[in-house]
Design a protein around this ligand. Structure first.
Ligand SMILES: [Zn+2]
Ligand SMILES: [Zn+2]
Length: 253
């Protein structure tokens, strides 16, 4: 799922998705076999592309209107630049707030049958992920979890508009990586610093994982605290690539 209340973030999402989905040498990093994508996914890549483009158009328009309606967030360009420590604090506060917003919103979208059927099931039509499917979701889901959540995170944390560009862009690049369906092993900062990563979210997209790993964007603490964390192992597949396997059979039903 995803997309963000920021045009720069949306642009990064599109570019990142395209780059990530491209490149022919991806087979040795894939978390799923290509045949799995064809057999398991309930929607074609063509439909996903159309859905993402429509959603991103909607998002840019709505975000502009929302920022205009709530007013006065042009920032004071003459104010002194915040120190790196202040910036780091703002990023952490923004990330923690947004993660909380996303976790509970995402969990409700799964646990309420009506909401799942009419809203969140769209995102789960893609079981074997690829990068540009990150933004394939119902517009209401994107609006509430991403646009509203993102704007609130920025405002509550006190980030400047300039800082929010980096915050949103980082979040979008990360969420595209989380959906890319590949475990790029060397130097991937998202895998080094975040346990909420590609394999973690790939587990959630499997049928056995749909009651677990609700945490989105940065951290996994809400899943750990509330008992919805699905432990998994990442194993090299004999024919190339990797496989994320659930470590708790009891959670498979
Ligand atoms: Zn997803
Ligand atoms: Zn979900």
């Amino acid at each position: 799922m995803f997309a963000i209340g920021d045009e720069d973030g949306t642009l990064f999402g599109g570019v990142g998705g395209g780059c990530n989905a491209g490149g022919g040498q991806g087979a040795k990093y894939r978390l799923h076999l290509k045949i799995d994508e064809e057999e398991k996914n309930l929607v074609s890549r063509r439909t996903v592309v159309k859905g993402v483009l429509l959603y991103q158009t909607f998002e840019v328009v709505v975000t502009c209107l929302l920022l205009k309606a709530t007013g006065n967030y042009n920032g004071n360009v003459t104010s002194p630049k915040p120190s790196l420590i202040v910036l780091a604090q703002q990023f952490v506060v923004g990330a923690l707030f947004w993660d909380t917003w996303q976790y509970f919103g995402h969990r409700i979208l799964h646990q309420n049958k009506f909401l799942y059927k009419h809203i969140h099931s769209q995102h789960h039509r893609v079981i074997v992920n690829y990068a540009f499917a990150a933004h394939y979701h119902h517009f209401l889901e994107g609006f509430i979890l991403d646009t509203v959540g993102g704007i609130l995170s920025v405002r509550l944390s006190g980030m400047s508009p300039r800082a929010s560009i980096f915050f949103f862009s980082f979040a979008v690049i990360k969420i595209v990586d989380d959906h890319c369906g590949s475990w790029l092993p060397r130097g991937n900062v998202f895998h080094i610093f975040f346990r909420n990563n590609t394999a973690f979210h790939a587990v959630h997209h499997q049928l056995y994982g749909s009651k677990y790993n609700f945490s989105q964007i940065f951290f996994v603490h809400w899943d750990k605290i509330l008992g919805t964390y699905m432990p998994y192992s990442l194993e090299e597949r004999a024919g190339g690539g990797f496989e994320a396997r659930s470590l708790e059979d009891s959670k498979d039903d």
